[in-house]
Design a protein around this ligand. Structure first.
Ligand code: TYM
Length: 343
């Protein structure tokens, strides 16, 4: 599958391409979510017709505490505004507020093979880590994700590298449906940033940084205080060799270089030059400070939005109304093709 190279501004103004992406409210988002996805959403939203959602339906594939989930959904919604997405320009909504997602997911379930779902690495991983609750929703999770994307006829889906396999299946499902009934869905391409696509755990840099990691030192949360961020980055695992450069067997340093690169715009060579002759202590301080500065405005705007719950609710309602209009149109088109009698 080709990853698209985007030239912002190169799209014709009359027919902007569409992007859609979602984030689960299953915990406080991490620096990995931010650098791998959210930061790109903001940049791309300037040049594309865009829709972004809090994927709350996806979150219950793992058992959630209802009170916590309710809180986290609004926190993540506020975060979408805090990263700079503009509700006048982008459709920003909560997935469960748009029933068409669950409806199209059902239809697409019937065009997806059991074998295809069984091969999904995330399903295999999660059914191990949640062995007491290997539910059918967890199994068909990628179909719901395909419905999210296909409802908005998205050309491009900005995600981290861990979602690539889910994007492939969304394309397969769309191609299959189009093959049977004629062009119904746009075939989406993933947009995976060059840097930040896979931010790794600070404690085990061979593993993805994840909000569900039981060790909080392994991730920076987007709402960590500057002191906590500095502490976590300073305690990040590196190696005993001491040189700041990108190389094989230097997973910890490579990861910090990736993070630093995303926050400063410097490439690996420039970073290696900056820290030539310096130790990991100096490097980690610089990375920590860059992360603090990157997240500072996000945190400040987040605090502001969280104080105005009425505004958040109003924006969520507005987003859901616009999203529903688009999603319902696609849902009806797909259902008509299958042979349903429309009401
Ligand atoms: P979620 O909620 O796990 O993560 C949201 C986004 O953050 C990216 N990401 C990372 N990127 C780099 N390094 C990391 N360590 C890292 N951890 C997470 C993810 O790739 C993702 O882009 N299934 C999706 C949510 C979803 C979705 C969709 C995405 C539901 N429907 C439709 C796109 C389109 C998920 O669980 O993301």
């Amino acid at each position: 599958m080709e990853e698209k190279i985007i030239i912002p501004g190169a799209e014709s103004p009359e027919k902007k391409k569409k992007i859609l992406s979602c984030i689960q409210p299953s915990g406080i988002p991490t620096l990995g979510n931010y650098l791998g996805a959210l930061k790109n959403w903001k940049t791309l939203s300037d040049d594309f017709d865009s829709a972004f959602a809090v994927a709350d339906l996806h979150a219950i594939t793992v058992r959630q505490d209802p009170q916590k989930l309710r809180k986290q959904i609004m926190e993540v919604f506020a975060l979408l505004l805090a990263i700079g997405l503009d509700p006048e320009k982008s459709i920003i909504f909560i997935q469960s507020h748009v029933p068409a997602h669950a409806q199209l997911a059902w239809v697409l379930n019937c065009y997806t093979q059991f074998g295809e779902m069984s091969r999904m690495t995330q399903f295999k991983d999660k059914s191990q880590s949640h062995a007491d609750n290997v539910n059918v929703g967890l199994f068909s999770y990628p179909v719901l994700m395909a419905a999210d994307i296909l409802l908005y006829q998205a050309d491009l889906v900005p995600v981290g590298a861990d979602q690539k396999q889910h994007l492939e299946i969304a394309r397969d499902i769309a191609n299959r449906f189009n093959g049977i009934y004629g062009k119904t869905f746009t075939i989406p391409d993933p947009y995976i940033g060059k840097q930040g696509a896979r931010v790794m755990s600070l404690q085990d840099p061979t593993k993805k940084m994840s909000k569900s990691d039981p060790n909080p030192k392994s991730y920076v949360s987007v709402f960590d205080t500057p002191e906590t961020i500095m502490k976590k980055i300073r305690s990040a695992v590196t190696d005993s060799e001491g040189g700041v450069y990108y190389g094989e067997g230097k997973d910890g340093v490579n990861n910090l270089m990736g993070i630093y690169s995303c926050c400063t715009g410097l490439d690996y060579e420039q970073i290696a030059n900056e820290f030539q002759g310096k130790g990991y202590g100096d490097f980690k301080n610089a990375v920590g400070e860059a992360v603090v500065e990157e997240l500072r405005p996000v945190r400040e705007r987040y605090d502001m939005y969280m104080k105005d719950q009425a505004y958040l609710k109003e924006m969520a309602a507005k987003g859901a109304a616009t999203a529903s209009r688009i999603a319902d149109r696609t849902l009806q088109k797909a259902m008509k093709k299958c042979g349903f009698v429309l009401p």
